[in-house]
Write a protein that binds this ligand. Sequence first.
Ligand code: FAD
Ligand code: NAP
Length: 536
Amino acid sequence: MDVDAIVIGAGFAGLRALHTFREQGQSVVVLEAADGIGGVWYFNQYPGARCDVESFDYSYRFSPELEQEWRWSERYATQPEILRYINHVADRFDLRRDIELDTRVASARFDEASSRWRVTADDGRVWTARRVILAMGQLSAPKDTTYPGQESFAGQIIYSARWPKTEPDFAGKRVAIIGTGSSGVQMTPVIARKAAQLTVFQRTANYSIPAANAPVSDEEDQAVKAGYRQRRDSARNSPSGLGFVPDTRSAVDVPADEREAAYEAAWNRLGFGFALTFKDILLNQASNDTASEFIRRKIAAQVDDPALREKLIPKDFPFGTRRPSVDSGYFAAFNRDNVALVDISETPIEAFTPAGICTGGTEYPFDIIIYATGFDAFTGSLLKPEVIGRGGVSLREKWAAGPVSFLGIGVHGFPNLFIIVGPGSPSLLSNVLLSSEEQIDWLSELFAYCDAHGFDSIEATEQAERSWVAHVNDRAQETLYPKTPSYYLGAEMPNKPRVFMPYSGGVRGYRRILEKTAALGYEGLTLRMTEHRVDA
Ligand code: FAD
Ligand code: NAP
């Protein structure tokens, strides 16, 4: 089948790409490995899963009618509600007819003779197109963590990002959670209420801010809907796409009592936006210390047992340099009689046994073990298929020392191939949905411009790519992020290149660069008419 554009992935980004490019008059097909749409929100169906960007902001902006008709029930919607929303969007905009489910892309190869991409599924089906859009997610390749003896375990093993469709029955069960990132933090209090016994295996204690979740009242719903355009504009003009603009002062220049009051207010309402209380929390160590110390005190106040408290307080890295969690009762869950913590930085997991998990010579018996150990972030899903550009060079080879791109969108040597919210873009340092819509809108203008001018080949120049990678690194060096091993730096996987993955210059700064690039006639991209034009 030959189309104008093949979109790989039917998460938030792929669906928006389908809608927008189709509205533009392009023929589009979306290829999706799963048997349902929704990406992250299809796979991560664990108890307690919900967004940590407010739903009014973590939702599509492209349709004012959709904004008005959808009613969010909570400030931070649960995974089922988000998945309902995604399915509503698919029906409302008649997207399903162009989506091929159960279709895992095995390869995408650029054919220089025809200037077209040939995309092959793992069952051998083939599509061709002049454009390919990789909307394969930043967190869609879960780590397949295993421990010795795992196959002997007699109970059930579950990976949080491949949650079973039949909900496990936790009642009366002894449950283990391995991993205390956002997934582990979200599921802990919920499973604690259901299970007979819950043991959390923690390797690194992390900072977490209360979600301050609440039902959305009719008044709030009406107020947001009446001012939705301004709300979207505020989000686009805020550093992370959350709508908050930080206090423009340095945290250390503010009198201590005023700073404390600002943190207190942020703690009680802002969730993830706590990091934006002052302009330099993620830029200046002394400023960060004030925020980190505040959070440590807040965590301490939630945990009754002094020994447990010590283990749960993050110590060795600045707040925000690993993705902080936003929780609903995580720390307080450890005050329950049926919840225990094993610090595997002190006593690493040695092996699984038929009965459970062995650490430090002790065997803990379980009925269910949950891995909440995260993802091969940013590049995991992009590098799984064989993506071959000009001259037979693969994306894996090109990115062997870390991802390189122009604007996070285009890669030299890979004409007419575009990446949505991948490395080199604000991606996971932002409201990801907003960032994907920003890129898709920019791409649709680029495509319209090229079609109007008869350009059928779009490719990042080598020079533009080099400059962009240098700029991404320079911006990262201005921050505290490089101080801490995290998935922002590729530290979550052994043997992954240690380079800073996302763009830390903020969504507003990034958008301005996109706009400037367009205003300069797409400087940094080679736009040309090839001799192979089929429509010429
Ligand atoms: P995804 O939703 O990951 O979709 C990618 C799709 O591509 C998947 O369906 C996958 O199956 C498909 N795919 C991949 N490889 C192939 C292939 N080879 N062939 C065919 N199909 C393929 N971000 C926020 O901003 N706010 C939040 O509150 C938030 N909460 C999150 C909660 C969880 C539990 C997780 C895991 C992530 C969260 N994120 C959040 C980040 C999240 O990744 C993005 O917000 C967003 O959902 C990503 O959408 P996407 O379409 O880019 O990618
Ligand atoms: P994560 O943040 O990467 O956390 C993984 C956890 O597992 C960490 O505590 C890690 O410890 C631990 N771990 C990894 N490998 C391990 C091993 N072999 N043995 C023991 N422990 C191991 O993953 P995640 O919690 O799935 O979250 C990933 C991202 O998804 C988040 O950062 C966020 O962007 C998004 N997310 C958002 C929400 C939300 O609130 N909306 C919810 C879930 C996920 P170390 O830190 O020591 O490596």
